[in-house]
Design a protein around this ligand. Structure first.
Ligand code: NAD
Length: 430
């Protein structure tokens, strides 16, 4: 799945109490970072609310001729730095509040990367596995039509997320283009390369995770060559990160998928293990010793990169983590409670908002290629991604050192300062 999304409730989950909603979490993170900065409280107040939320009803004709009316949303949080940007998910748990929280989170993610984009998120309350391909196509086209007035290459640019993929984006782009009377590839990103998608988009989140692991290792005086690394989730993000890190000389001692994990203290031959979407049983059938996902998380390694799901490291298992460093590849794999335990234990956590931001960054490259009608080579994409990741890493590292805060807070400070400054400069109208 190509997504630039977060899970529901990024950073959420107080473990022992009721889970916190995405919106609550996003507001809490905003207040936390704002407290570190001398910000105009009026700007902070404004950022607690989305600019707009569109709620739509989508009549979907099922293959048997019956019509079902589905609910959909597009939350646009902030576009002070450029067009709204964020995924569209098809999932039964989609809600208005979740879309708003995730849209806020996208604002910080694009700002951390210093991309001239804002934050949005949308979705339809549906389980896409219950739909045929024709039904998914009709749903996507009708949803695109319902959103037509508020999306566009200069206003709001959706992307794939949970339950949506490059084909979904192709239908969305086609529906929009037909109504506009012109082919408009820049209305969405994450498209197939044949119709304006970018080379390297699929590999980008894993690529950025690998870059951040490399830089974090260097920061803690442990070169990536010879570092031992455990990767939870050998999917799009995890497999791409693991393969790149191995090619840089790291020992990938354990990888896992939903079925279990493989472990070899000498390092697994990860280039030869197909990713989960290629061969679902590949990890458990590979040469390493079989261990559980829980055991993988507790291995004594230099770096642990949870790249599978949210809430993998919680208050319940944070005390058992033996890694020296955690780099979040998935969205929100470390809960608030877990992070405070890891902080007390002096295990740094480098946040998702930076580590997997390669996805939205290459989405930005795709948008540039679309509006300029000029395709970039894979080499150029990777070169520019490396440069953007290094610039973001350096800004966050500077805040981390200057303010003596966690890596996550440092990332939010970088993002919020940029968004708040843009609001101050542009002012309130009228
Ligand atoms: P994916 O479906 O390609 O891979 C997920 C992997 O995790 C699979 O190997 C799966 O078997 C494994 N897995 C699932 N549940 C598990 C569990 N409970 N325990 C252990 N392993 C489990 O997904 P992906 O695209 O690689 O995304 C992974 C994470 O990264 C998600 O949190 C996603 O939101 C985030 N992310 C993805 C992208 C992207 O563009 N792909 C971008 C940014 C963030």
């Amino acid at each position: 799945m190509a997504s630039e999304s977060t899970r529901s409730g990024e950073g959420a989950g107080t473990d022992r109490s009721a889970p916190v909603s995405a919106l609550e979490t996003a507001r809490r993170q905003l207040e936390h970072a704002a407290a570190e900065l001398d910000l105009d409280p009026n700007v902070v107040e404004r950022l607690k609310h989305p600019a707009r939320v569109q709620r739509v009803s989508i009549p979907l004709e099922r293959d048997d001729g019956t019509v079902e009316v589905l609910e959909g949303y597009r939350a646009q949080h902030d576009d002070v730095r450029g067009p709204f940007k964020g995924g569209i998910r098809f999932h039964p748990d989609v809600s208005e509040a979740e879309c708003i929280g995730l849209a806020m989170w996208m604002t910080w993610k694009t700002a951390v990367m210093d991309l001239p984009l804002g934050g949005a998120k949308g979705g339809v309350v549906v389980n896409p596995k219950d739909l045929s391909e024709n039904e998914r196509e009709r749903l996507t086209r009708r949803f695109a039509e319902e959103l037509r007035d508020i999306v566009g290459p200069n206003t709001d640019v959706p992307a794939p997320d949970m339950g949506t993929d490059p084909q979904t984006m192709a239908w969305f782009m086609d529906a929009y283009s037909v109504q506009q009377g012109e082919t408009t590839p820049g209305v969405v990103t994450g498209k197939p390369p044949e119709i304006g998608g970018s080379y390297g988009r699929e590999e980008a989140p894993g690529y950025s995770v690998a870059i951040v692991v490399r830089e974090a290792c260097k920061y803690y005086d442990r070169p990536v060559e010879g570092a031992t690394i455990a990767v939870q989730g050998f999917g799009s993000v995890g497999a791409n990160a693991a393969r790149l890190l191995e090619s840089w000389g790291a020992d990938i001692v354990a990888v896992s998928d939903v079925n279990g994990a493989a472990y070899d203290p000498e390092g697994l031959a990860v280039q030869e293990i197909p990713a989960h979407d290629e061969t679902p049983e590949a990890v458990t059938d590979s040469d390493g010793d079989a261990i559980t996902n829980e055991e993988l998380l507790e291995l004594d390694v230099d770096v642990l990169t949870p790249c599978a799901v949210g809430n993998a490291i919680t208050g319940a298992n944070a005390s058992d983590i033996q890694a020296d460093l955690v780099v979040e590849g998935a969205n929100g794999p470390v809960t608030f409670a877990a992070e405070s335990i890891l902080q007390q234990r002096r295990i740094p956590v480098v946040p998702d908002i930076l580590a997997n931001a390669g996805g939205v960054t290459v989405s930005y490259f795709e948008w540039l290629q679309d509006i300029n009608r000029r395709k970039w080579s894979r080499e150029r994409v990777n070169e520019e991604l490396e440069a953007e990741m290094m610039a973001a890493w350096e800004s966050i590292r500077d805040e981390y050192e200057r303010r003596d805060v966690s890596w996550r807070t440092a990332a939010y400070i970088v993002a919020l300062s940029r968004v708040a400054r843009a609001h101050e400069l542009r002012g309130l109208w009228p």
